[in-house]
Design a protein around this ligand. Structure first.
Ligand code: F6P
Length: 327
């Protein structure tokens, strides 16, 4: 590991926002200041890095934000950064502000950009995992996942009242374009009858058969949780297919972006505080191109590339459990 004294750290959030990002920014700023370093906030992720939208932060810049959802630094998905020219401009801004280390708070898209930037220009970057999807290898949980699951669960509980009163089937769509972690957690904690996620092949025939047997059994409420990225389609599409085959009435609720906002849970605030601080310490230790994460209650550093190249497995036992417990 090459040691290089870091004096000025740039921090930014990028990609989809996640509850707890603010708590992570706060931890980066205050840990950096604690170690006598200068911290600069880069607004709107890589877009702001290219534009030079960068400002020095002090301890009061992060007052009263630990409880707030979203990100005070704002976020964006920059296409320009994925061009050599864009990254060149970003590098110019970073050197203009004499930033010699970066903390990138986000998900796999953010980290892919960070790796390219590090490989081309050698600016050390440490990643902090923040995405509601929880789909990063190298950490048991990502910042924002716990809050998103709780938010979705509150809606599921409410829908359950109506589903039960009307003896109706509800298909509830949760976020997760490529990953079913939210779907699985919400399905198990919400007592769903079926959970459809991208990691497993969904069997429409079996679902239709079950739905019809429910009707015969006069079972009360029926909740089917669908991850938006399921290979059979979204909740609306799947509901239509089930109705075409069974003639059963159904309703759909897409929870959408409600899952991204809101005050972070205590768990997310703690994780964000821990990992934001650990990211600064990693940079000061001379680390580069790694993500800090928490695995089995220990803070670990994982090469950034592994965080998306290695796949974090879903816990398949939970799917089976859901089937057993919802009979
Ligand atoms: O943050 C991850 C995620 O919530 C995905 O599950 C979802 O598909 C995507 O972001 C949508 O984000 P946006 O609407 O910002 O493009």
């Amino acid at each position: 590991m090459m040691k290089k004294e870091i004096e000025r750290i740039g921090v930014f959030t990028s990609g989809g926002d996640a509850p707890g990002m603010n708590a992570a920014i706060r931890a980066v700023v205050r840990t950096g200041l604690y170690h006598g370093k200068e911290i600069h906030g880069i607004r709107r992720g890589y877009y702001g890095m290219i534009e030079g939208d960068i400002e020095k932060m002090g301890p009061r810049s992060v007052s009263n934000i630990i409880q707030r959802g979203g990100t005070i630094l704002k976020t964006a998905r920059s296409q320009a950064f994925f061009t050599r020219e864009g990254r060149q401009k970003a590098y110019r801004s970073v050197t203009t502000h004499a930033i010699d280390g970066l903390v990138a708070i986000g998900g796999d898209g953010t980290f892919r950009g960070a790796v390219e930037f590090f490989e081309e220009f050698g600016v050390p970057v440490v990643g902090v995992p923040a995405t509601i999807d929880n789909d990063l290898y190298g950490t048991d949980f990502t910042i924002g996942f716990d809050t998103a699951v709780d938010t979705a669960l509150q809606s599921v509980d409410k829908i359950r009242d109506t589903a039960q009163s009307h003896d109706r089937i509800f298909l509830i769509e949760v976020m997760g374009r490529q990953a079913g972690f939210i779907g699985l957690a919400v399905g198990v904690s919400g007592g769903a009858e079926h959970i459809l996620i991208p990691e497993t092949k969904s069997d429409l025939d079996a679902i239709c058969e079950e739905v019809q047997s429910w009707a015969l059994k006069q079972k009360g409420s029926r909740i089917i949780i669908v991850s938006e990225g399921d290979e059979l389609g979204g909740a609306a599409e799947i509901g239509k297919k089930i109705a075409e085959r069974t003639g059963i009435d159904y309703r759909v609720c897409v929870l959408g972006h409600t899952q991204r906002g809101g005050a972070p849970t205590a768990r997310d605030r703690i994780l964000a505080s821990l990992l934001g601080s650990a990211a600064v310490e990693a940079l000061l230790d001379g680390e580069a191109n790694v993500m800090v994460g928490e695995v089995n209650s220990k803070v670990v550093r994982t090469p950034l590339r592994d965080t998306w190249e290695k796949k974090k497995a879903i816990d398949k036992r939970l799917l089976q459990l859901c089937e057993i417990l919802s009979r």
